[in-house]
Design a protein around this ligand. Structure first.
Ligand code: TYD
Ligand code: MG
Length: 454
């Protein structure tokens, strides 16, 4: 017998409470509890991620058989790469991101750029709209089935009937099951539908990609509640006003994290950027002051990124400091170190910093390049275009070593740089053909090398 009960569910984190409370004790958010009717007992499902039901007692670890699976590759190589080399059969993937960032575009491109049988479940757009988008993408796959449905039970029936190679559900917030009475998109619905899809994915060994919206203010039931259920979480990031899109794996049970892939949103959908370093270095062949190249790493990916600075006389009483793609507090810290340790007079100057290409740098290895760009603009001396910088700066003006120096050096050599300034505190440095390494212990030594080639 099934019975109904009313519970209050936090729409942020999914915590349940028998009565309404103003502040969630789990995530500390205010006014997030919403009344939901839950059907329990017969018919309700339990989350099970154990595909092999025969394992009913504990067994010694060395008797556990190794699973041999071959990954399913898509035509989008960068997507395969960040998943660890293709989609693992039976994996459950969450593709998250803000509305309008390009999740549906990516999923449709995945579905159409192959000959495999794909079931594309769309609860957000009609088949006609999808067709229009497909025409824009200029791709077609006769084996891609589009299915306009939001009822979970119907979707599961079709997965069983069609047995596709990959299923895409766009989006999990539109799917609902009649077993729960709350509205589609509520935490209970999202969680229940995802767990049932997970079971079918494991049972039939079919990978399912579910798309989930994340809103900045978190009013919609966030896919955050799903993160522990799914095997892989991929996040799509970017600024809607720029073309650059970053796809990042935040969790992956079948591959390394964090990995990232870079795409550009164009007229014909998303284009993979296979050589991000070339994409981010924009200054071309001209020798311009205020430009320095940083050798950064994001995830496991080394990238050479151009930082541009403009130092000018302050127009108003208080000098302005502004940064795009870089943490403003870190910029202020670097400016203070420049003033104090390198004697650069910038306290009455406006400083503007821009990281080219619209990317945001988190890596502290970009410190030296940012400082070099500021010095270059302040003194109006251009930096040699074949020199790149890679070091973190401490408050004392020392150059700190950075992680994955080998990968960074390999990338710099590959792109054609012939000089790289790094910290003197790196213990073991490999040699790369054509790349001269200059080790500096502090900022002044580094700047001397960068500007006077000493
Ligand atoms: P969409 O995939 O609908 O976003 P999401 O599913 O994450 O909400 O992305 C739509 C945006 O991408 C929209 O603003 C239009 C733009 N776009 C292009 O610039 N070029 C294209 O070829 C396509 C299909 C979309
Ligand atoms: Mg969409």
């Amino acid at each position: 017998m099934s019975k109904q009960k009313t519970v209050y569910v936090c729409q942020e984190c999914g915590t349940e409470s028998p009565k309404w409370i103003g502040r969630c004790p789990s995530c500390n958010n205010w006014n997030t509890y919403v009344e939901e009717i839950k059907v329990t007992g017969q018919g309700s499902s339990r989350l099970s991620i154990i595909p092999d039901k025969s394992v009913s007692k504990p067994i010694p670890f060395d008797q556990v058989e190794t699973i041999n699976f071959s990954r399913i590759s898509t035509e989008i190589k960068e997507f395969d790469r960040i998943l660890g080399g293709g989609i693992v059969p039976g994996s459950f993937i969450l593709l998250g991101g803000e509305p309008g960032i390009g999740k549906s575009t990516l999923a449709l491109q995945l579905a159409l750029a192959t000959e495999k049988k794909i079931l594309y479940v769309s609860g957000e757009e009609s088949t006609g709209q999808l067709k229009l988008r497909a025409e824009r993408l200029n791709k077609s796959n006769p084996n891609c089935l589009v299915y306009n449905e939001t009822n979970l039970e119907e979707i599961i029936n079709q997965i069983k009937n069609q047995v596709p190679v990959i299923v895409v559900v766009d989006s999990i917030q539109t799917v609902y099951t009649s077993m729960i009475e709350s509205a589609p998109g509520s935490v209970s619905q999202v969680r229940e539908c995802a767990s049932r899809l997970l079971m079918i994915s494991k049972d039939m060994s079919i990978p399912i990609i579910i798309i989930g919206h994340i809103t900045k203010d978190g009013t919609l039931a966030g896919p955050k509640v799903l993160e522990h259920i799914v095997d892989t979480v991929i996040q799509f990031e970017g600024d809607q006003h720029l073309d650059l899109r970053i796809l990042r794996t935040l969790k992956n049970r079948f591959g390394p994290v964090p990995e990232l892939a870079i795409f550009e949103m164009g007229q014909e959908g998303l284009v993979e950027i296979l050589n991000p370093s070339a994409y981010f270095i924009q200054s071309g062949e001209q020798n311009l002051s205020g430009v320095a190249i940083a050798c950064t790493v994001d995830g496991y990916r080394p990238m050479l990124i151009e930082s541009q600075a403009l130092v000018s006389n302050a127009v108003y009483g208080t000098p302005q400091r502004s940064a795009t793609g870089f943490d403003i507090r870190r910029l202020n810290m670097l400016l203070a170190v420049l003033e104090k340790k390198a004697g650069l007079n910038i306290s009455n100057k406006d400083v503007f910093l821009n990281i080219a290409g619209g990317i945001k740098i988190q890596d502290t290895a970009a410190d030296l390049a940012v400082m070099a760009a500021i010095v270059s603009s302040r003194t109006d001396q251009a930096i040699d275009q074949k020199t790149c910088c890679c070091a973190e700066i401490s408050l004392t003006g020392e150059l700190r070593p950075v992680i994955r120096i080998e990968q960074r050096m390999a990338e710099a050599a590959k792109i054609g740089f012939n000089k790289m300034v790094i910290s003197a505190y790196h213990k073991k440095i490999p040699a790369f053909d054509g790349l001269e390494i200059k080790k500096a212990g502090n900022l002044n030594e580094a700047l001397k090398f960068i500007f006077r080639n000493q």
